[in-house]
Design a protein around this ligand. Sequence first.
Ligand code: PAF
Length: 281
Amino acid sequence: MKTITKKQDLISEIDSLKATGKSIGFVPTMGALHAGHMSLVNRAVNENDCCVVSVFVNPTQFNNPTDLEKYPRNLQHDEEMLRAAGCSIVFSPSPEEMYNAEEMNSTFEFDFGGLDQVMEGKYRPGHFNGVVQVVSKLFSLVRPDRAYFGEKDFQQLAIIHRMVKLMNFPVKIVDCPIVREESGLALSSRNERLNTQQRENAVKISEVLFESRNFVPEKSVNELIRWVIDSINKVEGLEVEYFEIVDAATLQAIDKWNDNCVGCITVYCGDVRLIDNIRYY
Ligand code: PAF
Protein backbone atom coordinates (compact mmCIF):
# COMPACT_ATOMS: atom_id res chain seq x y z
CA MET A 1 0.00 0.00 0.00
CA LYS A 2 1.28 3.47 -0.90
CA THR A 3 0.54 6.64 1.05
CA ILE A 4 0.51 9.68 -1.22
CA THR A 5 0.31 13.28 -0.02
CA LYS A 6 0.83 15.27 -3.25
CA LYS A 7 -1.83 15.71 -5.96
CA GLN A 8 0.73 15.36 -8.76
CA ASP A 9 1.99 12.02 -7.40
CA LEU A 10 -1.58 10.75 -7.18
CA ILE A 11 -2.30 11.82 -10.78
CA SER A 12 0.82 9.95 -12.01
CA GLU A 13 -0.11 6.83 -10.04
CA ILE A 14 -3.68 6.85 -11.39
CA ASP A 15 -2.37 7.44 -14.94
CA SER A 16 -0.28 4.24 -14.66
CA LEU A 17 -3.23 2.24 -13.33
CA LYS A 18 -5.50 3.51 -16.11
CA ALA A 19 -2.83 2.75 -18.73
CA THR A 20 -2.88 -0.91 -17.69
CA GLY A 21 -6.70 -1.05 -17.71
CA LYS A 22 -7.13 -1.42 -13.94
CA SER A 23 -10.53 -0.54 -12.46
CA ILE A 24 -10.50 1.85 -9.50
CA GLY A 25 -12.80 1.81 -6.47
CA PHE A 26 -12.69 4.95 -4.34
CA VAL A 27 -13.72 5.60 -0.73
CA PRO A 28 -13.50 9.26 0.37
CA THR A 29 -13.16 9.61 4.17
CA MET A 30 -12.14 12.05 6.84
CA GLY A 31 -10.21 9.32 8.66
CA ALA A 32 -10.73 8.04 12.24
CA LEU A 33 -11.81 4.88 10.45
CA HIS A 34 -14.24 2.41 12.00
CA ALA A 35 -16.11 -0.70 10.87
CA GLY A 36 -18.59 1.47 8.94
CA HIS A 37 -15.82 2.87 6.73
CA MET A 38 -14.23 -0.55 6.47
CA SER A 39 -17.46 -2.02 5.06
CA LEU A 40 -17.10 0.47 2.18
CA VAL A 41 -13.39 -0.28 1.80
CA ASN A 42 -14.02 -4.03 1.74
CA ARG A 43 -16.58 -3.60 -1.04
CA ALA A 44 -14.20 -1.34 -2.99
CA VAL A 45 -11.39 -3.91 -2.63
CA ASN A 46 -13.65 -6.79 -3.71
CA GLU A 47 -15.33 -5.06 -6.65
CA ASN A 48 -12.30 -3.33 -8.28
CA ASP A 49 -8.70 -4.08 -9.28
CA CYS A 50 -7.46 -1.27 -7.10
CA CYS A 51 -8.88 0.52 -4.03
CA VAL A 52 -8.02 4.16 -3.30
CA VAL A 53 -9.01 5.75 0.03
CA SER A 54 -8.66 9.46 0.80
CA VAL A 55 -8.11 10.52 4.40
CA PHE A 56 -8.68 14.26 4.56
CA VAL A 57 -10.47 16.29 7.23
CA ASN A 58 -11.97 18.84 4.86
CA PRO A 59 -11.94 22.32 6.47
CA THR A 60 -14.41 23.83 3.96
CA GLN A 61 -17.29 21.61 5.11
CA PHE A 62 -17.07 22.61 8.79
CA ASN A 63 -19.10 25.65 9.78
CA ASN A 64 -18.03 25.30 13.41
CA PRO A 65 -14.27 25.78 14.05
CA THR A 66 -14.41 23.85 17.36
CA ASP A 67 -15.96 20.87 15.59
CA LEU A 68 -13.13 20.97 13.02
CA GLU A 69 -10.49 21.23 15.72
CA LYS A 70 -11.98 18.36 17.78
CA TYR A 71 -12.53 16.04 14.82
CA PRO A 72 -10.58 12.83 15.67
CA ARG A 73 -7.41 12.22 13.63
CA ASN A 74 -5.19 9.14 13.68
CA LEU A 75 -3.55 8.55 10.31
CA GLN A 76 -1.19 5.82 11.50
CA HIS A 77 -4.04 3.70 12.85
CA ASP A 78 -6.08 4.37 9.68
CA GLU A 79 -3.16 3.22 7.53
CA GLU A 80 -2.82 -0.03 9.50
CA MET A 81 -6.50 -0.82 9.02
CA LEU A 82 -6.37 0.02 5.31
CA ARG A 83 -3.24 -2.05 4.70
CA ALA A 84 -4.85 -5.06 6.41
CA ALA A 85 -7.99 -4.63 4.25
CA GLY A 86 -6.03 -4.73 0.98
CA CYS A 87 -6.27 -1.04 0.05
CA SER A 88 -3.73 -0.04 -2.62
CA ILE A 89 -3.43 3.75 -2.22
CA VAL A 90 -4.10 6.14 0.66
CA PHE A 91 -4.29 9.79 -0.34
CA SER A 92 -3.80 12.10 2.66
CA PRO A 93 -3.03 15.63 1.48
CA SER A 94 -2.63 18.72 3.68
CA PRO A 95 -5.32 21.44 3.39
CA GLU A 96 -2.76 23.62 1.55
CA GLU A 97 -2.16 20.84 -0.97
CA MET A 98 -5.91 20.52 -1.66
CA TYR A 99 -6.80 24.20 -1.75
CA ASN A 100 -5.14 27.44 -2.75
CA ALA A 101 -5.75 30.44 -0.46
CA GLU A 102 -8.58 31.75 -2.66
CA GLU A 103 -10.46 28.44 -2.61
CA MET A 104 -10.07 28.18 1.15
CA ASN A 105 -11.67 31.58 1.75
CA SER A 106 -14.17 32.00 -1.06
CA THR A 107 -17.51 30.23 -1.07
CA PHE A 108 -17.82 27.44 -3.57
CA GLU A 109 -21.44 27.36 -4.77
CA PHE A 110 -23.25 24.42 -6.23
CA ASP A 111 -26.83 24.22 -7.53
CA PHE A 112 -28.42 21.72 -5.16
CA GLY A 113 -31.94 22.02 -6.58
CA GLY A 114 -33.30 22.46 -3.04
CA LEU A 115 -31.63 19.34 -1.60
CA ASP A 116 -29.51 21.54 0.67
CA GLN A 117 -32.34 23.72 2.02
CA VAL A 118 -33.51 21.15 4.56
CA MET A 119 -32.15 19.26 7.58
CA GLU A 120 -28.31 19.40 7.71
CA GLY A 121 -28.34 22.26 5.19
CA LYS A 122 -30.46 24.41 7.53
CA TYR A 123 -28.30 23.75 10.59
CA ARG A 124 -24.88 23.69 8.92
CA PRO A 125 -24.90 26.51 6.35
CA GLY A 126 -22.27 25.98 3.65
CA HIS A 127 -21.60 22.39 4.75
CA PHE A 128 -22.71 20.72 1.52
CA ASN A 129 -20.90 23.26 -0.67
CA GLY A 130 -17.73 22.16 1.15
CA VAL A 131 -18.60 18.49 0.62
CA VAL A 132 -19.24 18.96 -3.11
CA GLN A 133 -16.10 21.10 -3.42
CA VAL A 134 -13.84 18.41 -1.98
CA VAL A 135 -15.56 15.35 -3.50
CA SER A 136 -15.55 16.88 -6.99
CA LYS A 137 -11.83 17.66 -6.63
CA LEU A 138 -11.13 14.14 -5.39
CA PHE A 139 -13.13 12.60 -8.25
CA SER A 140 -11.10 14.65 -10.76
CA LEU A 141 -7.85 13.39 -9.24
CA VAL A 142 -8.75 9.74 -8.59
CA ARG A 143 -11.02 9.26 -11.65
CA PRO A 144 -12.70 6.22 -10.04
CA ASP A 145 -14.93 3.69 -11.80
CA ARG A 146 -16.95 3.27 -8.58
CA ALA A 147 -17.18 5.41 -5.44
CA TYR A 148 -18.62 4.16 -2.16
CA PHE A 149 -20.70 6.24 0.27
CA GLY A 150 -22.57 5.29 3.44
CA GLU A 151 -26.34 5.73 3.82
CA LYS A 152 -25.85 7.11 7.35
CA ASP A 153 -25.22 10.46 5.65
CA PHE A 154 -28.47 10.14 3.71
CA GLN A 155 -28.64 13.77 2.59
CA GLN A 156 -24.97 13.80 1.56
CA LEU A 157 -25.58 10.72 -0.58
CA ALA A 158 -28.55 12.36 -2.37
CA ILE A 159 -26.39 15.42 -3.05
CA ILE A 160 -23.48 13.32 -4.38
CA HIS A 161 -25.89 11.58 -6.80
CA ARG A 162 -27.04 15.01 -8.03
CA MET A 163 -23.46 16.29 -8.32
CA VAL A 164 -22.40 13.29 -10.43
CA LYS A 165 -25.39 13.80 -12.73
CA LEU A 166 -24.88 17.56 -13.14
CA MET A 167 -21.11 17.41 -13.53
CA ASN A 168 -21.15 14.28 -15.71
CA PHE A 169 -18.56 12.38 -13.70
CA PRO A 170 -18.15 8.94 -15.29
CA VAL A 171 -18.42 7.13 -11.95
CA LYS A 172 -20.95 4.74 -10.44
CA ILE A 173 -21.99 5.80 -6.94
CA VAL A 174 -22.48 2.76 -4.72
CA ASP A 175 -24.87 3.33 -1.77
CA CYS A 176 -23.83 1.25 1.25
CA PRO A 177 -26.08 0.43 4.24
CA ILE A 178 -25.57 1.90 7.73
CA VAL A 179 -23.34 -0.22 9.96
CA ARG A 180 -24.46 -0.37 13.61
CA GLU A 181 -22.96 -1.54 16.88
CA GLU A 182 -24.70 -4.53 18.44
CA SER A 183 -26.54 -2.00 20.62
CA GLY A 184 -27.99 -0.39 17.48
CA LEU A 185 -25.90 2.80 17.70
CA ALA A 186 -24.90 3.88 14.17
CA LEU A 187 -21.11 3.80 13.79
CA SER A 188 -19.53 7.24 13.52
CA SER A 189 -16.05 8.69 14.02
CA ARG A 190 -17.69 11.07 16.48
CA ASN A 191 -18.65 8.14 18.77
CA GLU A 192 -14.99 8.16 19.89
CA ARG A 193 -15.76 11.36 21.78
CA LEU A 194 -18.59 9.82 23.85
CA ASN A 195 -17.88 8.81 27.46
CA THR A 196 -19.40 5.60 28.88
CA GLN A 197 -22.59 7.28 30.12
CA GLN A 198 -23.07 9.22 26.86
CA ARG A 199 -22.61 6.05 24.86
CA GLU A 200 -25.35 4.38 26.87
CA ASN A 201 -27.63 7.38 26.31
CA ALA A 202 -26.86 7.49 22.60
CA VAL A 203 -28.17 3.94 22.11
CA LYS A 204 -31.66 5.35 22.79
CA ILE A 205 -31.54 7.20 19.43
CA SER A 206 -31.62 4.04 17.31
CA GLU A 207 -33.94 2.28 19.80
CA VAL A 208 -36.55 5.02 19.39
CA LEU A 209 -36.12 5.11 15.60
CA PHE A 210 -36.59 1.34 15.31
CA GLU A 211 -39.61 1.40 17.61
CA SER A 212 -41.16 4.25 15.64
CA ARG A 213 -41.59 1.96 12.65
CA ASN A 214 -44.26 0.03 14.64
CA PHE A 215 -46.54 3.09 14.59
CA VAL A 216 -46.67 3.50 10.81
CA PRO A 217 -49.22 4.19 9.39
CA GLU A 218 -51.44 4.39 12.52
CA LYS A 219 -49.88 7.62 13.76
CA SER A 220 -49.86 10.54 11.35
CA VAL A 221 -46.47 11.82 10.11
CA ASN A 222 -46.67 14.79 12.47
CA GLU A 223 -47.69 12.66 15.44
CA LEU A 224 -44.79 10.31 14.81
CA ILE A 225 -42.32 13.20 14.54
CA ARG A 226 -43.54 14.52 17.92
CA TRP A 227 -43.33 11.04 19.48
CA VAL A 228 -39.73 10.49 18.31
CA ILE A 229 -38.56 13.92 19.46
CA ASP A 230 -40.26 13.64 22.88
CA SER A 231 -39.02 10.07 23.48
CA ILE A 232 -35.41 11.07 22.79
CA ASN A 233 -35.50 14.41 24.62
CA LYS A 234 -36.79 12.54 27.70
CA VAL A 235 -33.38 10.87 28.03
CA GLU A 236 -31.06 12.95 30.16
CA GLY A 237 -28.11 14.26 28.14
CA LEU A 238 -29.82 13.93 24.72
CA GLU A 239 -31.25 16.84 22.78
CA VAL A 240 -32.78 16.50 19.33
CA GLU A 241 -31.66 19.19 16.90
CA TYR A 242 -34.09 18.07 14.21
CA PHE A 243 -36.10 15.03 13.21
CA GLU A 244 -37.78 15.20 9.82
CA ILE A 245 -39.62 12.65 7.74
CA VAL A 246 -38.87 13.34 4.09
CA ASP A 247 -39.34 11.91 0.64
CA ALA A 248 -36.19 9.84 0.02
CA ALA A 249 -35.73 11.24 -3.51
CA THR A 250 -36.48 14.96 -3.06
CA LEU A 251 -35.65 15.24 0.67
CA GLN A 252 -38.71 17.47 1.04
CA ALA A 253 -40.82 17.01 4.18
CA ILE A 254 -43.93 14.87 3.67
CA ASP A 255 -47.22 15.20 5.53
CA LYS A 256 -48.78 11.90 4.40
CA TRP A 257 -47.12 8.48 4.41
CA ASN A 258 -45.84 7.24 1.08
CA ASP A 259 -43.72 4.22 0.16
CA ASN A 260 -40.48 6.15 -0.28
CA CYS A 261 -39.86 8.04 2.93
CA VAL A 262 -37.09 8.25 5.46
CA GLY A 263 -36.78 9.79 8.92
CA CYS A 264 -33.56 11.75 9.43
CA ILE A 265 -32.38 12.83 12.85
CA THR A 266 -29.60 14.81 14.49
CA VAL A 267 -29.15 14.63 18.24
CA TYR A 268 -26.69 16.33 20.55
CA CYS A 269 -25.30 13.92 23.11
CA GLY A 270 -23.48 16.40 25.34
CA ASP A 271 -21.48 18.40 22.79
CA VAL A 272 -21.22 15.50 20.33
CA ARG A 273 -23.49 15.82 17.32
CA LEU A 274 -24.80 12.44 16.12
CA ILE A 275 -26.86 11.67 13.04
CA ASP A 276 -28.93 8.65 12.08
CA ASN A 277 -31.86 7.76 9.82
CA ILE A 278 -34.52 5.13 9.34
CA ARG A 279 -36.56 4.05 6.36
CA TYR A 280 -40.32 3.75 6.74
CA TYR A 281 -40.96 1.67 3.66
O1 PAF B 1 -18.69 11.66 4.71
C1 PAF B 1 -17.56 12.14 4.91
O2 PAF B 1 -16.75 11.61 5.67
C2 PAF B 1 -17.18 13.43 4.19
O3 PAF B 1 -18.27 14.29 4.08
C3 PAF B 1 -16.52 13.20 2.82
C4 PAF B 1 -17.49 12.54 1.85
C5 PAF B 1 -15.29 12.32 2.99
C6 PAF B 1 -16.09 14.53 2.22
O4 PAF B 1 -15.16 15.19 3.02
